[in-house]
Write a protein that binds this ligand. Structure first.
Ligand SMILES: [Zn+2]
Length: 549
């Protein structure tokens, strides 16, 4: 639903617009709209304020306190500390200051962002007394370099990377004038492009492993020399409810103390020294992950899959999701083929296929779903709603396909959705007459009117809202690939909807009589798009409804 989407996007303007819509809708439903009105007032106030503060901030070049730059990894490399972020960063996210405590000089970097699982970690660079890293505040990561000698540190930013470099370390005699010259060049941010530019002129003969880093859902290990498979051992097992994937790499990594790496959705990744010659990477997770690796000369990539699906179930269907009961009714069946299009295309075939796809989608999202028929059988109209009543369904959706006489077949196409209501238009009456044909209950037109007028208003309102959402989402779904006519959401006197629960609609997924649309309705691709749209519409309706119940 768009209000929730707006909340997720933190987009105040669209939040405001959606709230305005909700208030109008709520009034139509005779619901109490006070909470929404209040929310809108707060938002409007806040919107005014936030524009002011953002102007102030840019002019003062202050560190914006609310930016939430997540930090992916922090490690040391030669004379540098490298911080990898998940997003692009800029200078305003870094605050640097010096502290002199007695004979200890401290260089402090406060970085906007949070390092997942950050516990005070010790990083190490030769000849620097102490480097500590920790989550100083929930959104500020602090790196402190402590040393007896005042260090000359500088930092560069490149896209998602912060490199803190320490210049005056007398690590070796090679710190000659030639090297200084080279390093002076590096002061300009542009000369340092990636870590590899630093590491290329860095040959570490003692450590086989050059770097360990995470990238998306992979762990990348770079070696200083060719790494062969026989130097790698991989085991996976379950321990104390956790799935453990352990990689032992023959080779030293200078900076394992241990280090925690972070990949979204994985409980723990720890790099440690198994022994003086072996580096261990341990991936530990409550859910079983698919872990595999690719070795390519100097680079080992550990890929982790199965994460996206777990993310999906978390992200889907929507916040505050509640499981509902839905009865799907594929129109017609057996000796009643419904409308028949060119090339003997039967409505009853299309309705069953679409219904089955819809069934699967809704079930996957966590709803309780029932079909009035799951094969080519005939069910009396009255019996179709019996199931909905028995299951106490929240929504009843009857699926049909439309048709017109041959002479107009090529002209008429499109999707329309009906909700039960006294027929107002000739067209609705005509469609209803066709769909009502198989009903055993024959009523005179006067008794029809009497019955329909006795329908309760909330049922009509809910059905109308559902039909609007389903119609819109179906068009959006098929619209991704096809140009389809929107014939709207309409009231109609459909018997099948009469005894149905609160919200019941009848969908005409298209004209089986139309040469092109009829052909399309018989394709799996199109049937799936229709079903997906219906499911989205149903869920949108539930989300919206939840706000008023
Ligand atoms: Zn039909």
């Amino acid at each position: 639903m768009s209000y929730l989407k707006a909340v997720l996007r933190k987009d105040n303007q669209s939040k405001i617009n959606e709230l305005k819509k909700l208030i109008i809708l709520g009034k139509k439903l005779n619901k109490n709209t006070t909470p929404d009105v209040k929310k809108l007032e707060i938002l409007l106030k806040r919107e005014n304020k936030s524009t002011k503060t953002s102007i102030k901030e840019t002019s003062n070049k202050k560190i914006s306190s609310d930016s939430n730059y997540s930090i992916n990894s922090v490690y040391t490399q030669k004379n540098s500390i490298i911080v990898n972020f998940n997003n692009k960063i800029s200078k305003k996210h870094i605050k640097f200051f010096e502290l002199n405590q007695g004979n200890i000089h401290k260089d402090v970097f406060d970085i906007n962002g949070n390092f997942k699982d950050a516990q005070p970690t010790v990083l190490k660079i030769d000849n620097i007394k102490k480097i500590t890293i920790g989550q100083f505040k929930p959104k500020i990561l602090r790196i402190v370099l402590a040393n007896e000698k005042n260090l000359k540190t500088f930092y560069t930013i490149k896209d998602k990377q912060l490199i803190i470099n320490i210049r005056n370390l007398n690590t070796s005699k090679s710190f000659s004038k030639i090297r200084t010259e080279k390093i002076v060049k590096e002061v300009k941010p542009k000369t340092i492009t990636t870590i590899s530019t630093i590491s290329n002129d860095y040959i570490d003969t003692e450590n086989e492993i050059r770097s360990i880093n995470t990238k998306n859902t992979s762990i990348e290990i770079e070696f200083n020399k060719k790494f062969s498979k026989k130097n790698l051992s991989y085991i996976a097992y379950k321990n104390n409810g956790y799935y453990e994937d352990i990689f032992d790499l023959k080779g030293k990594f200078k900076y394992t103390k241990p280090i925690k790496l972070s990949i979204d959705g994985i409980d723990k990744i720890i790099v440690s020294n198994r022994d003086s010659k072996t580096t261990r990477i341990r991936i530990s997770n409550k859910k079983d992950l698919k872990v595999y690796y690719i070795l390519n000369k100097r680079k080992l990539t550990i890929k982790i899959s199965g994460l996206s699906s777990s993310k999906k179930t978390k992200a889907l269907p929507y916040p505050n999701f509640q499981s509902k009961t839905i009865v799907i009714d594929p129109g017609h069946g057996a000796h009643d083929p419904g409308a028949v299009g060119p090339n003997k295309r039967y409505e009853k075939v299309v309705t069953l296929k679409v219904a089955k796809y819809l069934y699967n989608i809704l079930k996957q999202r966590g709803h309780k779903v029932h079909l009035t028929r799951n094969k080519d059988t005939f069910i009396k109209v009255g019996k179709r709603t019996d199931l909905a009543l028995k299951k106490n369904a929240d929504v009843f959706i009857s699926i049909h396909a439309n048709s017109v006489a041959k002479k107009n077949a090529a002209k008429v196409s499109g999707i329309e959705t009906y909700y039960l209501s006294p027929a107002k238009t000739e067209r609705a009456k005509r469609v209803a007459a066709k769909e009502n044909k198989s009903d055993i209950r024959k009523m005179s037109s006067s008794s029809t009117q009497a019955f329909l007028s006795s329908l309760n208003a909330p049922k009509i309102t809910h059905s109308r809202l559902l039909s609007i959402d389903v119609q819109r989402e179906m068009l959006a779904s098929v619209g991704k690939k096809y140009k389809v006519k929107d014939k709207g959401s309409r009231p109609g006197p459909f018997w099948v909807l009469l005894d149905a629960p609160q919200a019941s609609i009848l969908v005409e997924v298209g004209y089986i009589s139309h040469p092109e649309e009829g052909r399309r309705l018989y394709t799996r691709d199109y049937q799936k798009l229709l079903a997906e749209g219906m499911a989205n519409g149903i869920d949108t309706y539930f989300q919206m409804k939840a706000r008023f119940d």
